[in-house]
Write a protein that binds this ligand. Sequence first.
Ligand code: NAD
Ligand code: GLY
Length: 358
Amino acid sequence: MPVRELQVELGARRYPIRIGRGLLDDATGLAAFVPGRHALIVSDRNVAPLYLAQVEAALKGKTVKSLVLPAGEQEKTLARFGDVMAALAALDASRDATVVALGGGVVGDLAGFAAACWMRGVRFVQLPTTLLAMVDSSVGGKTAVDLPQGKNLVGAFHQPAAVLADTATLDTLPDRELRAGLAEVVKYGAIADAGFFEWLENKADALLDRDADALAEAIAVSCAHKAGIVARDETEQGERMLLNFGHTFGHAIETEQGYGGLLHGEAIAVGMVLAARLSSDLGRAPWADTARLAALLERLGLPVALPAGLSGDALLARMRLDKKAVSGSLRLILWSGLGRAEVVTDVPDLEIRAVLDA
Ligand code: NAD
Ligand code: GLY
């Protein structure tokens, strides 16, 4: 299967997204994005045993260190950020150093934030190994760590020099993680592309069976949407907010569960259904579209209802700390139906509570 390449265009700046099997075996292709002498590879304990040796081999001849962290959302912390800083210091990394993120969104967000901060910003390269990271987190330059008070509260916009998505790495991705990534794929259809949503309805079984063509197509379409939106609104002044469909609810769930409950993609699946339901409750969107969204997510093996034991009051309080809120007033991403998301600021608390309590 040929390698697909897209560009993220940011005015005078641009970087490639490459999608294909075997990209981690292409030492020259990888090393081309690591021009300086020093490189720090950041990975986690699940991914490193599988793929770190390939990346280290590709960077042979440079001064390279690898930092392998425990896996999972609970590790996307300021303390782990400190570990990456310490590893860069131990490497004697200079301004021409490159941070290489090898893993899912947790590693990508954390390593990217470290790259944004080390010496006020060094290069970094994203080597995403989860579906979620390939379709969303590796593209667009949002980097961050979580606080106990909220997701991604400390971070920076810092674009990668390249995103190299080796789809062969998905062969080892657990089914639950694959499904979590599909939630973010569905998001693009829901917010911007009803035709793609319908394609996903038709290809649901192929995607769950890891059909290589279907997965590559889903990744490429998702990345094209993300690249386009980021090109038009790099720092989320407007259109980029739409990518947060389901996220105000989803982040509140993740935070309230102490980052150890639903996976990020699963929380977003629930969040999208809540946002869609709220839209329909408010008379903004047809109930039929909301039902279609829930049905597709369910068919993809994703949760579509709040986990038991979460309090509506607590979730609403978490939602108020969301980064999209302005002057204490919530800004939600709702929709007017398939493919049509919108920013809405004046939703009464009572309506939000009704959806949380339903
Ligand atoms: P993750 O990084 O925790 O990876 C999921 C799990 O899969 C981990 O246990 C990991 O070790 C394992 N894994 C990764 N690749 C594997 C492989 N190829 N084979 C076997 N195991 C593998 O989670 P994620 O879902 O990739 O990312 C979620 C994070 O991304 C969240 O923190 C979320 O906030 C962030 N995110 C960021 C953006 C952004 O724009 N920056 C967008 C969406 C999500
Ligand atoms: N995942 C949301 C964004 O990148 O803007």
